[in-house]
Design a protein around this ligand. Structure first.
Ligand SMILES: [Zn+2]
Length: 121
């Protein structure tokens, strides 16, 4: 009985990943709405029709491409045409994974050196 819910699920995951960064929720919601509006524009449809992934330069069917913020909303990126590109699903997934790794790393660095170092030996 499994219906084709996959698309919705992956879209949910994508937005959850961004929300995990927290920050100014209202700002991000506004930018997300702007992005959604831009998805309906002829500009975006033409980009989809070109079918080129910004990252791997591969050619894809429009339904295989997602809208991607070059500078993620979580890092202060805006939903403007200059910041929006087509990304294939692979690149999109890889990119958000990389950003979350960077995020974790920078958090660890802020904590400074390990205080448990034994200085008495
Ligand atoms: Zn790609």
């Amino acid at each position: 009985m499994a219906k084709t819910r996959r698309k919705n699920l992956s879209r949910q995951k994508e937005s959850l990943a961004f929300e995990a960064f927290s920050g100014d929720e209202q700002d991000k919601r506004r930018e997300k709405n702007l992005a959604r509006d831009l998805r309906r524009t002829r500009w975006w449809k033409e980009k989809l029709a070109q079918g080129i992934c910004h990252y791997c330069k591969g050619t894809f069917a429009p339904e295989e491409l997602t809208m991607d913020h070059v500078v993620p909303l979580a890092q202060g990126g805006k939903s403007v045409k200059q910041n929006l590109v087509c990304a294939c699903k692979n690149c999109n997934t890889e990119k958000s994974y990389q950003y979350s790794m960077d995020f974790e790393n920078s958090r660890q660095e802020e904590q400074g050196p390990d205080p448990d170092q034994d200085e008495n030996s």
